[in-house]
Design a protein around this ligand. Structure first.
Ligand code: FE
Length: 267
Protein backbone atom coordinates (compact mmCIF):
# COMPACT_ATOMS: atom_id res chain seq x y z
CA UNK A 1 0.00 0.00 0.00
CA UNK A 2 1.34 3.41 -0.87
CA UNK A 3 2.04 5.84 1.94
CA UNK A 4 -0.34 8.42 0.65
CA UNK A 5 -4.00 7.71 1.32
CA UNK A 6 -6.06 7.24 -1.80
CA UNK A 7 -9.42 8.90 -2.03
CA UNK A 8 -11.27 5.59 -1.85
CA UNK A 9 -9.40 4.69 1.32
CA UNK A 10 -10.32 8.05 2.79
CA UNK A 11 -13.95 7.18 2.16
CA UNK A 12 -13.51 3.81 3.78
CA UNK A 13 -12.00 5.43 6.86
CA UNK A 14 -14.83 7.80 7.35
CA UNK A 15 -17.40 5.14 6.42
CA UNK A 16 -20.90 6.48 6.70
CA UNK A 17 -19.56 9.95 7.32
CA UNK A 18 -18.32 10.37 3.79
CA UNK A 19 -21.64 9.37 2.36
CA UNK A 20 -23.41 11.62 4.82
CA UNK A 21 -21.91 14.68 3.16
CA UNK A 22 -24.26 14.38 0.23
CA UNK A 23 -27.13 13.07 2.28
CA UNK A 24 -26.73 9.56 0.99
CA UNK A 25 -26.09 6.36 2.83
CA UNK A 26 -23.55 3.74 1.98
CA UNK A 27 -24.53 0.44 3.50
CA UNK A 28 -22.70 -0.19 6.74
CA UNK A 29 -21.58 -3.55 5.37
CA UNK A 30 -19.93 -2.08 2.30
CA UNK A 31 -18.27 0.65 4.34
CA UNK A 32 -17.13 -1.82 6.99
CA UNK A 33 -15.73 -4.22 4.42
CA UNK A 34 -13.66 -1.48 2.86
CA UNK A 35 -12.55 -0.26 6.27
CA UNK A 36 -11.47 -3.77 7.27
CA UNK A 37 -9.25 -3.95 4.22
CA UNK A 38 -6.99 -1.35 5.75
CA UNK A 39 -4.37 -2.30 8.29
CA UNK A 40 -4.45 -0.26 11.47
CA UNK A 41 -0.87 0.92 11.11
CA UNK A 42 -1.47 2.13 7.60
CA UNK A 43 -4.48 4.06 8.82
CA UNK A 44 -2.46 5.80 11.55
CA UNK A 45 0.32 6.65 9.11
CA UNK A 46 -2.14 7.93 6.57
CA UNK A 47 -3.84 10.14 9.13
CA UNK A 48 -0.46 11.84 9.68
CA UNK A 49 -0.01 12.26 5.94
CA UNK A 50 -3.44 13.86 5.67
CA UNK A 51 -2.91 16.47 8.36
CA UNK A 52 -1.49 19.29 6.21
CA UNK A 53 -4.26 18.90 3.64
CA UNK A 54 -6.82 18.98 6.39
CA UNK A 55 -5.39 22.21 7.80
CA UNK A 56 -5.46 23.86 4.39
CA UNK A 57 -9.10 22.86 3.94
CA UNK A 58 -10.18 24.47 7.23
CA UNK A 59 -11.92 27.81 7.02
CA UNK A 60 -10.77 29.63 10.12
CA UNK A 61 -12.78 32.41 11.73
CA UNK A 62 -16.19 31.48 10.34
CA UNK A 63 -17.51 30.69 13.82
CA UNK A 64 -16.47 32.38 17.07
CA UNK A 65 -17.86 32.79 20.59
CA UNK A 66 -21.00 30.83 19.87
CA UNK A 67 -21.91 32.81 16.75
CA UNK A 68 -21.16 32.77 13.06
CA UNK A 69 -18.43 35.27 12.33
CA UNK A 70 -16.90 37.12 9.37
CA UNK A 71 -13.57 35.44 8.64
CA UNK A 72 -10.55 37.62 7.85
CA UNK A 73 -9.43 37.52 4.24
CA UNK A 74 -6.55 35.06 3.74
CA UNK A 75 -4.61 37.82 1.89
CA UNK A 76 -4.49 41.60 1.63
CA UNK A 77 -7.40 43.35 -0.15
CA UNK A 78 -5.17 44.26 -3.09
CA UNK A 79 -3.36 40.91 -3.30
CA UNK A 80 -5.50 39.61 -6.16
CA UNK A 81 -4.93 42.66 -8.38
CA UNK A 82 -5.30 43.06 -11.31
CA UNK A 83 -7.65 40.06 -11.68
CA UNK A 84 -9.77 41.12 -8.73
CA UNK A 85 -9.56 44.76 -7.69
CA UNK A 86 -9.03 46.01 -4.17
CA UNK A 87 -12.20 48.10 -3.92
CA UNK A 88 -14.50 45.27 -5.02
CA UNK A 89 -12.84 42.84 -2.63
CA UNK A 90 -13.27 45.32 0.24
CA UNK A 91 -16.96 45.95 -0.44
CA UNK A 92 -17.67 42.30 -1.19
CA UNK A 93 -16.05 41.07 2.02
CA UNK A 94 -16.75 43.92 4.46
CA UNK A 95 -20.32 44.68 3.37
CA UNK A 96 -21.84 41.76 1.48
CA UNK A 97 -20.30 38.81 3.31
CA UNK A 98 -20.68 40.63 6.63
CA UNK A 99 -24.37 41.07 5.79
CA UNK A 100 -24.83 37.33 5.39
CA UNK A 101 -23.19 36.67 8.75
CA UNK A 102 -25.40 39.27 10.45
CA UNK A 103 -28.51 37.87 8.74
CA UNK A 104 -27.64 34.29 9.65
CA UNK A 105 -27.21 35.10 13.34
CA UNK A 106 -30.42 37.17 13.30
CA UNK A 107 -32.38 34.33 11.67
CA UNK A 108 -31.13 31.89 14.27
CA UNK A 109 -32.07 34.27 17.10
CA UNK A 110 -35.59 34.70 15.68
CA UNK A 111 -35.96 30.95 15.28
CA UNK A 112 -34.97 30.53 18.93
CA UNK A 113 -37.64 33.04 19.95
CA UNK A 114 -40.21 31.21 17.85
CA UNK A 115 -39.35 27.85 19.43
CA UNK A 116 -39.54 29.30 22.94
CA UNK A 117 -42.90 30.92 22.24
CA UNK A 118 -44.14 27.88 20.32
CA UNK A 119 -45.17 30.26 17.54
CA UNK A 120 -44.24 29.21 14.04
CA UNK A 121 -46.37 31.57 11.96
CA UNK A 122 -43.22 33.02 10.35
CA UNK A 123 -41.45 29.71 9.87
CA UNK A 124 -41.44 29.97 6.08
CA UNK A 125 -39.81 33.40 6.00
CA UNK A 126 -37.38 32.47 8.77
CA UNK A 127 -36.38 29.24 7.02
CA UNK A 128 -35.71 31.22 3.84
CA UNK A 129 -33.66 33.77 5.79
CA UNK A 130 -31.68 30.93 7.33
CA UNK A 131 -30.97 29.27 3.97
CA UNK A 132 -30.20 32.55 2.18
CA UNK A 133 -27.80 33.84 4.79
CA UNK A 134 -26.39 30.46 5.81
CA UNK A 135 -25.53 29.52 2.23
CA UNK A 136 -24.18 33.03 1.63
CA UNK A 137 -21.84 32.69 4.61
CA UNK A 138 -20.62 29.20 3.70
CA UNK A 139 -20.12 29.92 0.01
CA UNK A 140 -18.36 33.26 0.55
CA UNK A 141 -16.08 31.67 3.17
CA UNK A 142 -15.06 29.06 0.57
CA UNK A 143 -14.92 31.72 -2.17
CA UNK A 144 -12.18 33.77 -0.50
CA UNK A 145 -10.01 30.67 -0.30
CA UNK A 146 -10.93 29.70 -3.86
CA UNK A 147 -8.59 32.46 -5.02
CA UNK A 148 -4.92 33.01 -4.28
CA UNK A 149 -2.46 35.61 -5.55
CA UNK A 150 -1.09 34.40 -8.88
CA UNK A 151 -3.35 31.32 -8.89
CA UNK A 152 -2.44 27.77 -7.88
CA UNK A 153 -1.72 24.55 -9.78
CA UNK A 154 -4.10 21.61 -10.05
CA UNK A 155 -1.99 18.59 -9.13
CA UNK A 156 -1.78 15.44 -7.03
CA UNK A 157 -5.02 13.67 -6.06
CA UNK A 158 -7.12 16.54 -7.37
CA UNK A 159 -5.47 16.28 -10.78
CA UNK A 160 -6.17 12.52 -10.80
CA UNK A 161 -9.83 12.87 -9.92
CA UNK A 162 -10.24 15.71 -12.41
CA UNK A 163 -9.00 13.36 -15.14
CA UNK A 164 -11.24 10.52 -13.93
CA UNK A 165 -14.28 12.78 -13.68
CA UNK A 166 -13.94 15.03 -16.70
CA UNK A 167 -11.51 13.25 -19.00
CA UNK A 168 -8.82 15.82 -18.31
CA UNK A 169 -7.88 18.73 -16.10
CA UNK A 170 -8.31 21.29 -18.86
CA UNK A 171 -11.69 19.81 -19.84
CA UNK A 172 -12.88 20.03 -16.22
CA UNK A 173 -11.69 23.61 -15.94
CA UNK A 174 -13.41 24.53 -19.17
CA UNK A 175 -16.67 22.96 -17.97
CA UNK A 176 -16.37 24.86 -14.69
CA UNK A 177 -15.81 28.16 -16.49
CA UNK A 178 -18.64 27.51 -18.98
CA UNK A 179 -21.13 26.47 -16.30
CA UNK A 180 -20.19 29.41 -14.07
CA UNK A 181 -20.48 31.90 -16.90
CA UNK A 182 -23.89 30.53 -17.84
CA UNK A 183 -25.49 30.76 -14.38
CA UNK A 184 -28.80 32.56 -14.83
CA UNK A 185 -29.02 35.74 -12.80
CA UNK A 186 -27.25 35.57 -9.44
CA UNK A 187 -25.48 32.47 -8.35
CA UNK A 188 -22.33 30.43 -8.16
CA UNK A 189 -20.25 28.00 -10.11
CA UNK A 190 -19.36 25.11 -7.85
CA UNK A 191 -16.79 22.35 -8.21
CA UNK A 192 -17.94 19.69 -5.77
CA UNK A 193 -16.96 16.20 -4.65
CA UNK A 194 -19.78 13.66 -4.82
CA UNK A 195 -19.01 10.87 -2.34
CA UNK A 196 -21.19 8.02 -3.64
CA UNK A 197 -19.33 7.72 -6.93
CA UNK A 198 -16.20 9.38 -5.50
CA UNK A 199 -16.09 11.83 -8.38
CA UNK A 200 -16.24 15.54 -9.08
CA UNK A 201 -19.25 17.40 -10.42
CA UNK A 202 -19.59 20.93 -11.70
CA UNK A 203 -22.81 22.51 -10.47
CA UNK A 204 -24.60 25.78 -10.98
CA UNK A 205 -26.13 27.19 -7.80
CA UNK A 206 -28.81 29.65 -8.82
CA UNK A 207 -30.40 31.48 -5.90
CA UNK A 208 -28.47 29.60 -3.25
CA UNK A 209 -31.31 30.17 -0.77
CA UNK A 210 -33.58 27.90 -2.81
CA UNK A 211 -31.42 24.91 -2.23
CA UNK A 212 -30.08 24.52 1.26
CA UNK A 213 -27.39 25.80 3.52
CA UNK A 214 -24.48 24.51 1.49
CA UNK A 215 -22.21 22.21 3.41
CA UNK A 216 -24.74 20.80 5.84
CA UNK A 217 -25.06 17.05 6.41
CA UNK A 218 -28.70 15.87 6.31
CA UNK A 219 -29.50 13.68 9.33
CA UNK A 220 -33.23 13.02 8.92
CA UNK A 221 -35.50 13.92 6.01
CA UNK A 222 -39.24 13.85 5.41
CA UNK A 223 -40.46 13.71 1.80
CA UNK A 224 -43.39 16.06 1.20
CA UNK A 225 -43.55 15.70 -2.56
CA UNK A 226 -47.13 14.60 -3.27
CA UNK A 227 -46.05 11.15 -4.43
CA UNK A 228 -44.87 10.48 -0.87
CA UNK A 229 -48.27 10.76 0.80
CA UNK A 230 -51.12 11.42 -1.62
CA UNK A 231 -52.52 7.86 -1.82
CA UNK A 232 -53.35 7.89 1.90
CA UNK A 233 -53.40 11.54 2.94
CA UNK A 234 -54.54 13.24 -0.30
CA UNK A 235 -54.12 17.02 0.18
CA UNK A 236 -53.66 16.71 3.96
CA UNK A 237 -49.92 17.15 4.00
CA UNK A 238 -49.99 18.17 7.67
CA UNK A 239 -51.48 14.81 8.60
CA UNK A 240 -48.70 13.04 6.74
CA UNK A 241 -46.08 15.11 8.58
CA UNK A 242 -47.73 14.32 11.93
CA UNK A 243 -47.73 10.64 11.01
CA UNK A 244 -44.12 10.82 9.94
CA UNK A 245 -43.17 12.25 13.32
CA UNK A 246 -44.59 9.13 14.99
CA UNK A 247 -42.30 6.87 12.97
CA UNK A 248 -39.22 9.11 12.77
CA UNK A 249 -36.00 7.14 13.28
CA UNK A 250 -33.98 9.31 15.68
CA UNK A 251 -31.34 6.63 16.38
CA UNK A 252 -30.59 6.73 12.64
CA UNK A 253 -30.20 10.51 12.85
CA UNK A 254 -27.94 10.07 15.90
CA UNK A 255 -25.77 7.55 14.05
CA UNK A 256 -25.42 9.90 11.09
CA UNK A 257 -24.55 12.79 13.43
CA UNK A 258 -21.81 10.70 15.07
CA UNK A 259 -20.45 9.64 11.67
CA UNK A 260 -20.50 13.19 10.33
CA UNK A 261 -18.66 14.53 13.38
CA UNK A 262 -15.80 12.11 12.67
CA UNK A 263 -15.15 13.95 9.42
CA UNK A 264 -12.70 16.82 9.47
CA UNK A 265 -14.40 20.08 10.38
CA UNK A 266 -14.66 22.17 7.25
CA UNK A 267 -15.67 25.48 8.80
FE1 FE B 1 -20.88 37.55 -3.20
Amino acid sequence: MSKRMTRREAIAMSGLAAAATAGTVLTATAADNRKNDMKENDMKENMKMMAPEKDLAMLGGTWADGKYALPALPYACDALEPAYDKRTVEIHHDKHHAGYVKGLNAALAKLEEARKAGKFEDIKALSRDLAFNGSGHVLHSIFWHSMTPGGGKCEGDLEKVMVESFGGVQAGMEQFAAATGAVEGSGWGVLAWEPVADRLLVLQAEKHQNLTVWGVVPLLVCDVWEHAYYLKYANMRGDWVKAFMTIANWPFAAARLAAARKMCRMM
